[in-house]
Unconditional design. Sequence first.
Length: 251
Amino acid sequence: MSDGTPADLFFDAAAGLLRRVRDEEAGAITAAGALLADTVAAGGRLFAFGAGHSSLAAQDVVYRAGGLALMNLLAVPGVVGVDVIPATLGSALERVDGLAGAVLATSPVRAGDALLIISLSGRNALPVEMALGARARGVKVIGVTSVAYATDTTSRHASGTFLKDHCDIVLDSKIAVGDAELTLDTIPAAFAPASTVVTTALVQAVMATAAAALAERGLEPPLLRSGNVDGGHDWNTRVMDEYGDRIFYRR
């Protein structure tokens, strides 16, 4: 590790990744935002899914001040976060064949909707089958993943494929395999993961693009306001009432 405090070096590494994503994924971000805007304009619903720490970026766009009210979390019990005990259960469930199909079959997801699937490695059965099953149902899929895993690791799905192989649009987070940005001679393993910072920013960039795309078409984006701002609750109640048939986290 070069000169500078670990904190400085982490900020530099994260900022560098953010610049790469901004510059190299601009076209994909625009396309993903347009896809979400198309879905909203056509009366479709929006869903986000992520397992383990990838779920953090999915949760960040659901019921979010400044975000699209129509974004719903597609939750899989046991894999949404580290609140389940033991936390290792979530990692094990990501490798279970058939789980994604059961989740989709009992979810409100239907043809004409859009699903954002977030998986850093994109190699486990759950995100691969989620994408396959969603597209088979006529759902548009946006995958957020690190494409590097597809060349530096092997798939854990029977097909030998990765999440990126089953998406309408792929957003590459540029995160290196292992998700650790720093090394020190005194520490035996690489440390300081940046995937949450970068993936969350990437997904929020898509949300911003979708809102602007709707406005360009003369449609008011169904945005939420902070409940801690005067008038926020009244605003949100109006939006939720107007789009109640497409919002599932309120039920």
